[in-house]
Write a protein that binds this ligand. Structure first.
Ligand SMILES: [Cu+2]
Length: 108
């Protein structure tokens, strides 16, 4: 019984500390943030094959918490193969702190 009480006390004492550490900037920097992923629908505005980018006027993307906007994404050439400015597409994307990348495109 005494051991159980000590264990509970230990949990109560350590839990808030662990939470506080998780919320510090140091902890966030040490942990590589996981990419958020989502799916959207939009109109291709332009493609820059050399830069590996595509600009899309897209609707809201709840998966990554974005409202509708026009923006430029990174996209590997094979991913944007077969699409052109003016085409409506459905797409999947991956977003990290440093980049928004189109991972899959489906013409509509
Ligand atoms: Cu956007």
């Amino acid at each position: 019984m005494k051991t159980v009480m000590m264990t509970i006390t230990a949990i109560l004492l350590t839990a808030p500390v662990a939470e506080a550490q998780a919320g510090t900037p140091m902890a966030s920097m040490a942990m590589k943030p996981a990419a958020k992923t989502g799916s959207g629908v939009g109109m291709v505005k332009s493609i820059d094959a050399r830069a590996g980018t595509v600009t899309i006027a897209h609707g809201p993307i709840p998966g990554v918490g974005w409202p509708a906007m026009t923006m430029t994404f990174k996209a590997a050439p094979p991913v944007v193969k077969g699409i052109a400015p003016g085409k409506k597409i459905a797409f999947d994307l991956s977003v990290t702190d440093s980049a928004a990348v189109i991972t899959r495109v489906k013409p509509m």
